[in-house]
Ligand binder design. Structure first.
Ligand code: MN
Length: 255
């Protein structure tokens, strides 16, 4: 049994190297795995599943990704998709095209009967109040329905301006505001009664040893992919300790 976790690939039509690296990872590394969990921000932006019908450069990227994941799912690997703060508009239609199951914002995963929680990680960054307000708005089903009802070109414009706003706002934010809030991590882990958390989002790959309610605990942070490197976490049967790995995107691990 082998379980894989990835996040923050931020795929777009502008980074064909990462798309190729992802396709190679799915066909190579993930082949034969029990399950593949994609913990958010697979795409740098997602403006609605009807993108699959549109003449847009992203359509080809989305179709390739869906094709690669569907092939993996057909071979017996369970594929799970979680929303990130960039691709929160991914819906059932795209998930079905990937033969993937969409996960809620917090997913409990059983590792050898021990619960682990999986999150994208953005909800842990509670000191970023402007983002937390946007997050609440953007996860509202009514707001999403209004967004999805806009014509494609307007949605593309909106996605672009949201990205620019977020980039310029983030440039002004203190470094620690962009990271998770330690107290919020402990609160969530205590709420779910877990000592292991796996998330992405912060682009600060690391394994953090910590204490949650007097118990030793660990927080595993996935790294973001760039045109040279990818990151994943692998859990192998028998080892049961999650391993955080960085690899050359042109040579993803063979297992
Ligand atoms: Mn993110």
């Amino acid at each position: 049994m082998r379980t894989l976790f990835i996040a923050d690939l931020h795929l777009s039509e502008h980074t064909p190297e990462i798309t190729q690296g992802f396709v190679d990872y799915v066909a190579g590394t993930a082949s034969g795995a029990d399950s593949l969990y994609i913990l958010g921000d697979l795409f740098d932006a997602w403006i609605g599943d009807d993108l699959l019908d549109m003449p847009h450069p992203m359509t080809e990227v989305a179709s390739r990704v869906a094709g690669a994941l569907a092939t993996l799912a057909d071979s017996g690997t369970a594929v799970y998709l979680m929303h990130g703060n960039r691709d929160f508009l991914i819906g059932e239609r795209f998930a079905n095209a990937c033969k993937a199951r969409l996960l809620p914002d917090v997913q409990v995963f059983e590792l050898h009967d021990i619960p682990v929680i999986l999150m994208h990680g953005d909800s842990l960054c509670t000191r970023d109040e402007a983002y937390m307000a946007f997050r609440q708005q953007s996860r509202d089903p009514q707001w999403q329905a209004q967004m999805l009802a806009l014509p494609l070109d307007q949605r593309l414009e909106l996605a672009k301006s949201l990205r620019q706003q977020s980039d310029s706002a983030n440039a002004d934010k203190a470094d620690e505001i962009m990271d998770v809030t330690a107290g919020e991590v402990i609160r969530v882990m205590a709420e779910y009664g877990v000592t292991t958390l796996i998330h992405g989002h912060t682009h600060r790959p690391r394994v953090h040893d910590m204490v949650v309610e007097d118990m030793p605990a660990r927080r595993y942070v996935l790294g973001d992919w760039d045109t040279r490197h990818g990151w994943d976490i692998v859990i192998e049967e028998g080892a049961w300790t999650p391993q955080l790995r960085q690899f050359d995107i042109t040579r993803p691990p063979q297992a």
